[in-house]
Design a protein around this ligand. Structure first.
Ligand code: MTE
Length: 326
């Protein structure tokens, strides 16, 4: 990823040493804190494993009436601790270090929030987020997230299938692609004051990818509304693609005839393709994609084609050269 263009393989793969060091420090601090409380220390044993998990990030609230994920939309692999998934983030509008987004997320105002529905649809217009969500049941999806930087997580999302939203928009016969934009407001998203990318952040999907049942418009994670650093109040989740396709804090959904311009592809076309399907056989020019580090693990693991969702999505790309369409 990295706009400065100097990220080496070693830097990429050593990222979660940062998390382990932080966890180690946090555990030490927790143990010291608990030892200073006589009642708890008298119980002996380890401090509660979930101590740092107890309180959700600021500004989030519990989501009710969430339909549990059916088998094909869940993995039973251990979930990444919420603490890690909400403090180790890529959201360059809130800073380029991994812990910047959590620190700066309080600047993002997510209420009221509207989404512009635009382009090749029956009735374009600005829709309050509550109205966009109202007709739909919230569903849980437990997906692997594979970043192009070669780390991965397992996250329980809450959201609605993007396809259900698009169908209600009544696309015209010219709609072949879907383009998304993040909020542009440098006061709330101060990273936009630096020309790291050509803001606002833009992403896009082919219409069949957008309609695929795996593709989720997420409003929550770990049973709570999304924290700002994870893309509140509305983000995309496309689990078979590198994480940069999963655009955060969406304010516009446009159906159109042509392939949309997308931020990372525009910034470095030789490094980040429009398709960005997870592919262990196609290296990034500066590092291999054959293996990945699951956040929290010591050992790297092999990366799976389409991030392990090939049985559900490989047919979308039948006849395409995935080395050229990376
Ligand atoms: N969306 C916006 N608007 N800005 C970003 O910088 N980063 C992307 C994606 N969506 C990004 C974004 C990248 S590179 C990844 S890996 C995922 O968000 C990370 O999502 P997470 O922080 O919730 O794990």
């Amino acid at each position: 990823m990295n706009q400065i263009g100097k990220l080496s393989e070693r830097e990429v793969t050593d990222r979660d040493l940062y998390l382990r060091r932080r966890d180690f420090l946090a555990t030490g601090a927790r143990a010291a804190m608990l030892a200073s409380l006589p009642g708890l220390a008298a119980c002996g044993g380890d401090p509660p494993a979930q101590a740092s998990e107890a309180s959700p990030p600021a500004g989030t609230r519990a989501l009710a009436h969430v339909v549990p994920a059916p088998e094909r939309f869940r993995t039973d692999e251990p979930q990444t601790p919420r603490e890690d998934a909400t403090t180790y983030n890529n959201f360059y509008e809130l800073g380029t270090d991994k812990d910047d987004p959590a620190r700066n997320a309080h600047r993002l105002r997510t209420q009221p929030w509207s989404v512009a529905l635009e382009g090749e649809i029956a009735k374009p217009g600005l829709v309050p987020l509550e109205d966009l969500l109202r007709p739909h049941a919230l569903e849980e999806r437990i997906y692997r997230l594979r970043c192009v930087e070669a780390w991965s997580m397992v996250i329980p999302w809450v959201g609605i299938p993007l396809g259900d939203v698009l169908r209600r928009m009544n696309p015209t016969s010219k709609a072949r692609y879907v383009a998304f934009e993040t909020l542009y407001d440098p006061e709330q998203l101060p990273g936009q004051k630096r020309r790291v990318l050509d803001w606002p952040y833009r992403e896009g999907l082919r219409i069949d990818e957008a309609m695929h049942p795996l593709t989720l418009l997420a409003v929550g994670m770990y049973g709570e509304t999304l924290p700002g650093q994870n893309g509140a109040p509305l983000r995309l989740v496309v689990p078979w693609k590198y994480g940069f396709k999963s655009i955060k804090s969406i304010v516009s959904i446009r159906l159109q005839a042509d392939e949309p311009v997308t931020s990372w592809n525009q910034s470095a076309p030789g490094e980040y393709g429009f398709y960005a399907n997870v592919n262990p056989e196609v290296s990034h020019p500066r590092w291999s994609q054959a293996r990945e580090r699951r956040i929290g693990d010591w050992r790297k693991r092999p990366t799976l084609a389409f991030n392990g969702y090939g049985d559900q999505v490989a047919s979308l790309y039948a006849g395409m050269d995935l080395r050229r369409n990376y």
